[in-house]
Design a protein around this ligand. Sequence first.
Ligand code: 4NP
Length: 154
Amino acid sequence: MVCLGNICRSPSAQGVLEQRLQQAGLQRCVHVDSAGTGDYHIGKPPDERAQQHAARRGIDLSRQRARQLGRRDFDDFDLVLVMDEANERDASALCPPGQRHKLRRLTDFCTRHSASAVPDPYYGGAAGFEAALDLIEDACDGLLAALRPATAGC
Ligand code: 4NP
C-alpha cells in the first residue's frame, strides 16, 4: 500500500487489509506492508487522526512506522497499490520495466464506489478521513475477493 507520506492513507489501507485477512483466516497467507513515495515522515507512527478514525472501525494502526518506497519493493511484493495519480507517477519512476504489471491503483478493486483515487485527507477534516476509509474498505473487500484464487489451499 503506497501513498505520499505513509502516515494517513497507506497505513490505513494496510490496517484494513490485515483486518480483512484476519477475519478470513488468511493472515499467514498474504504479507501486507505500506510505504510512502516521500521521505518526510520516515520512522513516524501514523497521523493521530488516521489512528483515531481507524480505531473507531476496530483497526489498530499504532504499531506501524512510516518508511519510503524503494525499488526493491517491486521485487519483494506481488502488488504495489497506489492511492492516486501522483503516487502512481512517483512509484512508476522507481519501478523496474519487468515489474510494471504489479503497479495498480487500490481503487481498481472497489466494487461499491466509482473512484479512481483515494484523495489525500492530510490537509482536510474528519470527513476526509472517513471518506478515505470508506474507499479503502470497499477496495480491500474487492482485493480480498481477487486474492481468493491465489490463496486457495493456503
Ligand atoms: P498520506 O497523507 O500520503 O495519506 O500519508 C499525507 C501525509 C503527509 C503529507 C502529505 C500527505 N505531507 O505533506 O506532509
